[in-house]
Every structure is written in structure tokens, then in C-alpha cells.
Ligand binder design. Structure first.
Ligand code: ZN
Length: 326
């Protein structure tokens, strides 16, 4: 191991930001030991540089600085990847109640209709699920007019697809895919850094004042992909090779699961602009060419472009992701 010669060689350990949601809970306080703010906490924005929430570096030379600000001013950390916004967003969602049925646009639609925002492709690694829990994914209408008619008739149960979920499942949710996480689910979500959601159905729920949440049916009808074959199972079929399981590779990001044991560490070639790492169980060490950081479940970190290799040691499981090179 060499001595750090530049702050940009540091492993960036991050402090998440938490968001209250009507469907949220307190699960993350005991699962990950987070010091949660009051209320129903639905979302932990673990690795984020979005205008609606950005993680903060918790130690080292960049301590106290946000990912959003580092993206704007220290682009060498991110391999000089071009772009207006830090491109990825890693969240943990604690759904104690059902999320609204929703759909997200792709980049082209969002750029045109949402002020130049990114579209939203997302994927879920299921950290925990109560027995018998399902998710809503996919829909059966063949056209916008059929979808509209079935919505007007309130045929939600027939219209929407339902899939059983289990801890360790993985789902890729493409733009245009109708979906909803249901209560009893804890997931790690990797997505494009976008907050554009078109709500299709909210189960006619009302808040304490009797208000319903806004729906966006017209935009949803525009962006639903009526030909899409939605996932029918979350079972991971990709093989684990030397502790690494490739979960998803798409134009926006790659996602892998890493499993290291005390006897067998896992090494990843770091030839990406940066790598997002979230420890989902266990504890161990993350080592780059320059330094080692001790980590435990619930820790999130960024490995910068400066590192050539990352090694994960100890008994732990992580979800890691990175964007493509420009
Ligand atoms: Zn979504």
C-alpha cells in the first residue's frame, strides 16, 4: 500500500439523507443502526448528488462536502465524466405501506417535458420482505386507450401484474414499466439520478386532512410501454464468479453483488469513472491502491477514479454500481 499523495485518492465514506414518506417506517434504525429523524422514514438517499438530496462526505479531506458540490468542483474524482448532474442515485426504501402505482419516463421524454431532467431507469435488490409479500410490476393493456378505459372502470386488480418477492431477489424496472413496491419490503434501489415519477393510482388514499395525492395519468399514458414484457420473477439466475454476481448492465449503469468471506476476499478492477458501494450485511474492509476503510452494514461509499483496484475483505455482502465511461 502506498501513501496518499492526493485527497482524490481517498475512499469517500458518505452520510446519507433521509426522507419522510407516508408509506415509510422505522426499519432502518434497527437494521442499519441509522440515527433516523422523527417520523415515517421511507427513503434513505445513500449515494446521492441530486438537487432534492445529496449525501455528505463524513471523514477525510472532503469531510462535510456534498457529493453534488464535489461533482461540480472536483470532477477528477469522477474520472472527468461529463454531465450536469451526478448520474446515479442509490437509495434504501423501507415500505411499510404500499407505494403508489407509478411509471417513469425515459431520458428523451424527461428532457423534453421535465426541464431537461434525466429519465429514470431503476432496479431493486430485495434486502428483506415479509412472508407472502408481492410487488406490482407490469400491466396488461395493449394501448393507451385500453389502459384509460380499464382505469375508468377501476379494474386495477386485473390490469396490474403481481409478482412474489423474497429477500435476495433482484428486479430491473425499465422506463415505461408500471410498478409499485408494496408494504413489508426493504429494498436497495439503484437508479438514474432523477426524481420524475408519474403516479397512476394511489388506492384512493387520503391524508389526515382528507386530501388525495396528485395523479399524473396523462403523462403516464404517454410513457407506458404497452409492448413491454415485465419481470415475472426476481430470482437471480446469473452465476456468482469469484464472489461477484452481475445483476444488471444497461446504458446507464452496471450493478453487481459482491460477497466476501473471511477466507476469501473479492477484488474488482476499478476501470470505471467511480464505483458506488453499499454494505448490505456483515462487516469488513474496503481497500484501494491507497488506503483501507473499515465498514459495516449500512455504510455507503464512493471509490474515485484514482483507484485501479478495490478489494473487499471480511464477511460481508455489498451492492456496487457504476456508470459507463463517456
Ligand atoms: Zn419507481
Amino acid at each position: 500500500m502506498t501513501i496518499l499523495t492526493s485527497p482524490s485518492q481517498e475512499i469517500l465514506l458518505l452520510e446519507p439523507v433521509f426522507h419522510q414518506k407516508i408509506w415509510g417506517g422505522r426499519t432502518m434504525a434497527h437494521t442499519f443502526g441509522y440515527d433516523l429523524p422523527q417520523g415515517k422514514i421511507g427513503e434513505c438517499w445513500a449515494i446521492a448528488g441530486h438537487e432534492h438530496g445529496t449525501s455528505v462526505v463524513r471523514s477525510g479531506a472532503y469531510k462535510g462536502r456534498t457529493v453534488r458540490e464535489l461533482w461540480n468542483n472536483e470532477r477528477e474524482l469522477f474520472g472527468f465524466l461529463p454531465g450536469d448532474t451526478f448520474p446515479l442515485l442509490v437509495k434504501i426504501l423501507d415500505a411499510r405501506d404500499d407505494l403508489s402505482v407509478q411509471v417513469h419516463p425515459d431520458d428523451a421524454y424527461a428532457r423534453l417535458h421535465e426541464n431537461g431532467s434525466l429519465g429514470k431507469r431503476e432496479c431493486w435488490y430485495v434486502l428483506d420482505a415479509d412472508p407472502g409479500t408481492k410487488i406490482t410490476v407490469g400491466q396488461k393493456a395493449k394501448s393507451a386507450s385500453e389502459f384509460r378505459e380499464r382505469v375508468e372502470r377501476g379494474e386495477w386488480d386485473e390490469l396490474l401484474g403481481q409478482v412474489d418477492i423474497h429477500p435476495g431477489d433482484f428486479f430491473a424496472i425499465e422506463p415505461g414499466c408500471v410498478h409499485a413496491i408494496q408494504g413489508g419490503t426493504l429494498v436497495l434501489e439503484t437508479q438514474q439520478s432523477s426524481d420524475v415519477t408519474y403516479r397512476v393510482y394511489d388506492y384512493d388514499r387520503t391524508d389526515d386532512e382528507g386530501n388525495t395525492r396528485e395523479l399524473h395519468l396523462e403523462q403516464a399514458l404517454d410513457v407506458i410501454d404497452y409492448k413491454m414484457e415485465a419481470p415475472t420473477s426476481g430470482e437471480i439466475t446469473a452465476p456468482e464468479v469469484d464472489g461477484i454476481t452481475k445483476l444488471m448492465s444497461c446504458p446507464n449503469f452496471d450493478v453487481i453483488r459482491v460477497r466476501s468471506t473471511g477466507d476469501k476476499s473479492v477484488t474488482l478492477d476499478q476501470d470505471h469513472p467511480f464505483v458506488c458501494c453499499s454494505v448490505i450485511s456483515g462487516a469488513g474492509q474496503v481497500t484501494t491502491d491507497f488506503e483501507t476503510a473499515a465498514v459495516t452494514a449500512g455504510d455507503h461509499l464512493l471509490v474515485s477514479a484514482q483507484a485501479n483496484k478495490v478489494t473487499f475483505g471480511g464477511d460481508m455482502e455489498l451492492i456496487c454500481s457504476w456508470p459507463p465511461r463517456a
